[in-house]
Design a binder for this molecule. Structure first.
Ligand code: MOS
Length: 730
């Protein structure tokens, strides 16, 4: 089904199941341990062997030799796969690294061997018996040191934008502006820190392989795995029914998947492989740190006349830039712009997608700059953002937003948060030894439209079965898909069975870029429209007039039990959603107003977040419970980004030294106060038949800057270098 905009009234609008706070239908399986994750498929394979991956212990160079004799002779060892015995696996989708094979070492921690043994402990012990000889080459590990070599680079996800994006005359407008901000901001490298590490179980049978792996997007993994294993896609069955978090780390296959499959082929037994946490951090991808230069020029009444945003970051040769300028393109009106990204070559593990890639770090800088501008103007930061709202793409004024209620987010947030109680003078509020501050920021994140398909079957017992390769990475996909099918077919939620994450099912958008919920439910909507037509045809009813509710099909004065349609056997329908050039006609985006109150110990500098509020404009909310969980998860990530998270680079060796969850600090419950989330919940009839939009990442966008601005309001010390640790403002 091609989505026709604007969406008219449709069965989802009834909102008898959709839009309700339904608890997760997969919850009981998760809390009873019966939801099997990739490393736990004891139910599916018998007698698995265990693989242990060895990562390169140099940052750049060549493997000259690997002496495997001692490891081969160690107890329990079945095989040792050396990178020197394999041709390099060609880089997969959206990446530039080879995961295994060949002598070249592109970055520290790159896989150079797999030891397979009867037990995990034997594999681990034997791995330490390998003797590896390297030829070390000089590496580039320090972004600041390489800054001078950086070159302007295109945004891989927005290739239509000029590399150097100029509108009007930025320099002249900035020079003429009566009020300006000209500042530099830095964000560190970060790691995803999802709970479940990358993990795979692989088993071969008759030349075909089944791979149970922790994948966000099944259809992004499967072609690469087929290529690396030298088999057809049809010979690879990929299953990912449960995933313990992804945050971008599992969008594309990492080395656990091909190595488990290669190991299983070598030993003729199923093999399980997981990455130890230090390898997750050093072997897989990171979010690349940024140095951002922002220049804002405004009239005295706060209208932006010039926006300059230059973002520098570093990545492997040929890899991509973190698109920190992405939100700046579309967030605020300003006639003169100069936006560009520069990329330096670094020999660190690849920078790639992580948690609102582009927008999250971009807004960490832009939204402090807006706070600084408001202060210089003597203007309220909420009012400054309202004045600069735009309802059209500033570059293409004929291209409106599908819906944009950012101003209402700001107004609602200010009222709900008690923003009028904020003292605009920094360092002027205290509570005993604590300095108190309030801050706010805007949040912006694109709503991406991707094709997504599903199959739905009406069973003879009246049950509905949904099948799609969509994944549930902890987000609630199972639940919202069940709600969608129940609403469309007029059956109770309990009648719906949802099966996900299997390459045997129709290809969905998958879980990434906050595009999963809206697109996957829309694909299922399309399949259900087809199923309704099939039901109506069997019953001799005109589908266009039929209403499906309470297990019945109603048309005129006829009322027939849905079960009548499947007396002779089940009915199956499969379809998907496509959008044509809809995102070219309308800017598809989501919005947030983020508010935070912090307390800073006046003696020690310790910071506590006391209150947080997010007001979210992301179209229709399919399930307020799971949507809220997405948003508070994002807000929690924002606390981490503001105050804690640093993937610290040892610039001598190219290693990440904060390489476990002890050293790589993320917020724990004690760090997180009451979080309030308000959804504006305006259906967007130009986004999809669900009238929903993305929700998975907007909750993070703007949060770190809101906290940074609150810390400034508390202390009067402006920190422009994340994370804001106490040493930076004492
Ligand atoms: Mo997201 S970083 O696309 O999982």
């Amino acid at each position: 089904m091609k989505f026709a905009t604007p969406a008219g009234e449709n069965p989802i609008d009834r909102l008898s199941v959709v839009g309700r706070p339904v608890p997760r239908i997969d919850g009981p399986r998760k809390v009873t341990g019966t939801a099997r994750y990739a490393y736990e498929r004891h139910d599916a394979v018998s007698n698995p062997a265990y693989g242990w991956i060895v990562g390169a212990s140099i940052g750049r160079g060549r493997v000259v030799s690997i002496d495997t004799a001692a490891a081969q002779a160690a107890p329990g060892v079945l095989a040792v796969l050396s990178t020197l015995d394999f041709a390099p696996l060609a880089p997969g989708f959206r990446t530039t690294v080879h995961l295994f094979g060949g002598a070249q070492v592109q970055h520290y921690g790159q896989a150079i061997a797999l030891v397979v043994a009867d037990t995990f402990e034997e594999a681990s012990a034997a791995a330490h018996l390998l003797t590896v000889e390297y030829e070390v080459a000089p590496g580039r590990y320090d972004l600041a040191a390489e800054a001078a070599t950086a070159e302007p680079v295109a945004d891989r996800d927005a290739p239509d934008y000029p590399v150097v994006d100029r509108i009007g005359d930025f320099e002249a407008a900035f020079a003429a502006a009566p009020v300006t901000v000209d500042q530099h901001y830095t964000t560190p490298d970060q790691t995803h820190a999802m709970m479940e590490p990358h993990a795979t179980t692989a088993a071969w049978r008759d030349g075909k392989v089944t791979i149970w792996t922790s994948a966000q997007i099944v259809a992004w993994h499967r072609p690469d795995l087929a290529k690396w294993l030298g088999v057809t896609e049809g010979d690879v069955r990929l299953e990912a029914p449960f995933i313990g978090g992804g945050f971008g780390a599992k969008l594309i296959a990492q080395c656990d998947a091909p190595l488990a499959a290669l190991g299983a082929r070598a030993v003729g037994r199923p093999v399980k492989v997981t990455l130890q946490r230090p390898l997750v951090i050093n072997n897989t991808t990171r979010r690349a740190g940024t140095h951002q230069h922002i220049r804002l020029g405004a009239t005295r009444d706060g209208r932006l006349t010039a926006i300059g945003h230059v973002s520098l970051n570093g990545n492997l040769p040929g890899a991509f830039a973190e698109a920190a300028i992405a939100p700046t393109r579309l967030f605020y009106a300003a006639p003169n712009r100069y936006l560009t990204m520069k990329l330096a070559a670094l020999d660190l593990a690849e920078g790639n997608d992580m948690r609102a890639p582009g927008e999250a770090p971009g807004l960490m800088a832009l939204e402090i700059a807006m706070d600084e501008l408001a202060e210089k103007l003597g203007m309220d930061p909420v009012a400054l953002r309202i004045v600069n709202d735009t309802q059209v793409d500033p570059r293409e004024p004929d291209r409106p937003f599908s819906e944009r209620h950012f101003v209402e987010c700001l107004r609602t947030g200010a009222e709900r948060f008690g923003w009028d109680r904020r003292n605009p003078t920094p360092g002027a509020q205290s509570d005993g030894k604590w300095l108190i501050g309030m801050g706010m920021a805007g949040g912006f994140r694109l709503n991406l439209l991707l094709p997504s398909a599903a199959r739905v079957r009406l069973e003879v017992d009246g049950g509905l079965t949904v099948e799609t390769d969509m994944t549930d990475i902890g987000t609630g996909s199972y639940t919202i898909l069940a709600q969608t099918a129940a609403e469309m077919m007029g059956v109770p939620l309990a009648a719906v069975t949802v099966r996900l994450g299997d390459s045997a099912y129709p290809v969905s958008a998958g879980s990434g870029g906050q595009f999963g919920a809206n697109n996957a439910t829309s694909g299922l909507y399309a399949a259900c429209v087809k199923l309704r037509e099939a039901v109506a045809a069997r019953l001799g009813i005109d589908a266009a007039d039929a209403e499906f509710r309470d297990g019945r099909v109603l048309s005129g004065d006829r009322s027939v039990a849905l079960a009548e349609a499947v007396r002779e056997g089940p009915l199956v329908a499969e379809d998907g959603i496509t959008y044509g050039d809809l995102d070219e006609q309308f800017v598809q985006a989501t919005f947030a107003a983020q508010f935070a109150e912090v307390a800073v110990d006046g003696f020690t500098g310790e910071m506590r977040v006391r209150r947080m509020l997010a007001v979210i404009d992301s179209g229709r909310v399919i399930n307020p419970t799971t949507a809220r969980s997405q948003v508070i998860g994002g807000m929690t990530m924002g606390v981490g980004a503001a105050l804690m998270e640093t993937l610290a680079v040892d610039v001598r060796h190219g290693t990440f030294i904060t390489n476990d969850l002890g050293f790589y600090e993320v917020p724990v419950h004690g760090d997180i106060p009451h979080q309030e989330v308000v959804f504006l919940d305006y259906p967007d009839n130009k986004s999809s038949p669900m009238k929903a939009k993305g929700i998975g990442e907007i909750g993070l966008c703007g949060v770190a800057a809101a906290i940074a601005n609150a810390v400034y309001n508390a202390t009067g010390v402006r920190v422009r270098d994340y994370p804001i640790t106490l040493d930076k403002h004492l």
